[in-house]
Ligand binder design. Structure first.
Ligand code: F6R
Length: 366
């Protein structure tokens, strides 16, 4: 069943080029700039008039929700908020029929996410689920569902579900941008092409991922890690930190790099590895200066950077090079080395990669 892989997690990491493609295939036509999501039957009129989106989820699915906030705002110009389902359900959130509530869940059985969805429904909102398991409770409870086509995820640490969710949310945001006329057809085609190229790029990286193992060997015995990202890669920093915590039991935190000087920079010393996501885009220069601040205090920088980046080598201690992507699809690429890094560290430390202590694959109790 593991197809020769030592653990399900590794198998699932390597499946991602295919599961991402399976999630967009038949739904996008990049040459024509057309998107067709058969299952989502929200009326065009509703999409044009919706006032805001609330995204609710837990864990890794919450992180894909955080990524999608950037997509809904930048592509479709819809105000979007993301909340942890267990928080959302106990707040007095202001909701009405013009609010769309999007619940994201791999298993479709997470108790808090299900409860958040029921709450939204009772307030008269439209509801949409992004789900991997057909016929699951959340997919049945929601008025609309878009399925990720990842196949069963067995490893407790979520990997291919995250990239499947980001893919589904990316095409939803583009579809709604199209309907709301907030992107030109040229932009639409460009973003579809970028997505189309992602599976190839991930494959290319995975074939050459030895550098991640080498770095894992150097840092497996550290007591803690910091993960830094900005903009659409800030949620990826959170996800990288979560992966390490879950399967290696090493403390890690994800931070928006601009927040460093407001406190966490005090943690930096020679023993602290800092994984920084520094892909090209709107905030490239900003994150470079954040890295310089950290370096000046003796921290060790492991950068995840574009292949074409000629300068990053001088500014960091280690570099994991990835194929260049547009910043809006980049989370699909940047998360891959972080998943692999957590995986290798877990293996090196002799942890139970697929069944980490204290964790269950689906959390059906509050
Ligand atoms: C992380 C992980 C959990 C789940 C969370 C939500 O690797 O597996 O954080 O992401 O429990 O689960 P779903 O997506 O099934 O609702």
């Amino acid at each position: 069943e593991k197809n020769g892989y030592k653990y399900f997690m590794l198998k699932e990491i390597f499946e991602q080029p295919r599961t991402i493609e399976d999630t967009f295939r038949g739904r996008i036509y990049s040459d024509e700039g057309r998107i067709y999501i058969e299952e989502v039957k929200l009326k065009e009129e509703y999409i044009k008039n919706m006032s805001n989106i609330y995204i609710v989820a837990c864990g890794t699915s919450y992180h894909s929700g955080l990524v999608s906030k950037f997509l809904f705002e930048s592509f479709a110009k819809i105000p979007a908020e993301v909340d942890i389902a267990s928080e959302f359900r106990y707040r007095d959130v202001i909701l009405d029929e013009k609010t769309l509530v999007v619940a994201i869940s791999q298993s479709g059985e997470t108790a808090d996410t299900l409860a958040a969805l029921r709450l939204a429904k009772s307030k008269g909102c439209q509801t949409l689920a992004v789900c991997n398991v057909v016929g699951s409770s959340i997919s049945r409870e929601a008025m609309h569902v878009i399925y990720t086509h990842c196949g069963p995820e067995i490893g407790v640490a979520s990997t291919k579900a995250f990239t499947g969710q980001v893919t589904a949310l990316y095409i939803l945001a583009l579809d709604w941008a199209c309907k709301r006329k907030t992107l030109t057809i040229r932009e639409l085609k460009k973003y579809l092409k970028e997505l189309w190229e992602i599976p190839l790029k991930i494959n290319k990286f995975l074939k050459n991922s030895q550098s991640v193992y080498d770095i894992a060997k150097v840092f497996a015995n550290k007591r803690g890690f910091l993960y830094l990202g900005r903009h659409i890669n800030y949620p990826v920093a959170l996800e990288g930190a979560l992966k390490i915590k879950e399967i290696s039991y090493i403390h890690a935190e994800g931070y928006a790099a601009g927040e460093m000087k407001h406190g966490p920079i005090a943690l930096i010393d020679k023993s602290m590895p800092i994984v920084a996501i520094v892909v090209k885009g709107k905030i490239y220069e900003k994150i470079i200066s954040n890295i310089e601040e950290v370096k000046a205090r003796g921290g060790t920088i492991i950068a995840v950077a574009d292949q074409s980046d000629k300068e990053i080598g001088n500014k960091s201690d280690y570099v994991i090079y990835i194929p260049e992507t547009d910043e809006f699809v980049s989370p699909l690429m940047t998360v891959i080395p972080l998943q692999l890094l957590a995986y290798y560290i877990s293996v090196i430390l002799g942890c139970d990669v697929d069944q980490p202590r204290n964790l269950a694959k689906s959390v059906t109790v509050e």
